[in-house]
Ligand binder design. Sequence first.
Ligand SMILES: [Zn+2]
Length: 211
Amino acid sequence: MTFAGNVLQVETYTGSLSPLEFDFLKQNTDWILKHYKRQASSWNQQMRFVQHITNQTLIFGQMVKVEFVQGVNYSYHFKENLLTIQAPVVIAEARKKKLISSVLHKIAHAYLTKTIQHWSQKTGLFFKDLKVKNHRSKWGSCSSLKNINLNWHLVMVDKSLAEYVVIHELMHLKEMNHSPAFWKAVAQFYPDYKKAKTQLGEMQWIIGIYE
Ligand SMILES: [Zn+2]
């Protein structure tokens, strides 16, 4: 299925559509267009990002230029729209991606640790251990042992979205489910959680992009 200009083109195996299929398409055109356009824009966004992955990245939802410089040791500096990565050797193009992701992981660790401590105090909900790690599909999780995991890719989305995930996982310390009571508790500290959920869904493509 493709959408060019104002025409929705449908490809079929047989070259024709049954009346049932035709009715389905006709009745669901709005839904199809909405989802197609959303996926298409996410796909384009993703392609553009991958093409420039060694000289730009996303930090707190902002596009940031990445610069590699040679110096005495491995270190990084992040200010406004520039991430400078220093290394004692010239970094080969093939290694740049790995280096950027390890720097992002470090920034994520510092930021998420600070953010969860802040919200833990504010909500009075206390966790045992925090791990900031790689996860293929989840932004965060909370175990019955009160350990919280947060996906380091959260450093790439808007701070308000990362905060939503932090609050969501903290609320699981008292409600280990997604019951109405759980969402009510989330809403107390993050009223606009539905919007955040949608926006995070749209940013899902960012997970695993450095692998
Ligand atoms: Zn949950």
